[in-house]
Design a protein. Structure first.
Length: 146
């Protein structure tokens, strides 16, 4: 994948986002960290305090439980929506002309729901991988190989 000079790369998952900028050129990228943000999102069992509710059937003796909400996943989805909002603000202030997003499939799907038209117009590529814990050199290599 060609990574133009001054392009912004967002590497994100549901808990961490990393904004990088290519200070190099398309042939030899030089990714520099602009912003890093991480949230503390405990497991779902730490979000809830009691068991899901139960109900009894109006006919017969059947009982069933309500499905518990996955608060951990809801928080990851909110974090992805926040990342999309940051992209929108940066795009509207002409902070970047080219954008590449690297995120796991679930996060990428959630980001896509919240893309602003200006962000979509500047989006040059997406990679569905989780590279948030990788060194910058590995991220650059993954972008070149995509």
């Amino acid at each position: 994948m060609q990574l133009p000079h001054n392009a912004v790369v967002l590497v994100a998952d549901g808990r961490k986002m990393l904004f990088l900028r290519n200070q190099g050129d398309a042939v030899t990228p030089n990714l520099v960290v602009e912003t890093a943000r991480e949230q503390d999102n405990p497991s779902n069992s730490d979000h809830v305090t009691d068991r899901p509710g139960r109900t009894q059937s109006s006919v017969g003796a059947g009982r069933s439980g309500y499905e518990d909400a996955d608060f951990h996943q809801l928080e990851e989805n909110r974090f992805a929506a926040d990342a999309a909002e940051l992209l929108k603000k940066r795009a509207l202030t002409n902070d970047f002309e080219s954008l590449i997003i690297v995120a796991p499939p679930k996060t990428l799907g959630e980001l896509r729901k919240h893309y602003h038209k200006t962000v979509s117009d500047r989006l040059k590529g997406e990679i569905d991988k989780d590279l948030t814990g990788h060194p910058i050199a590995d991220i650059a290599k993954a972008l070149q190989n995509a």
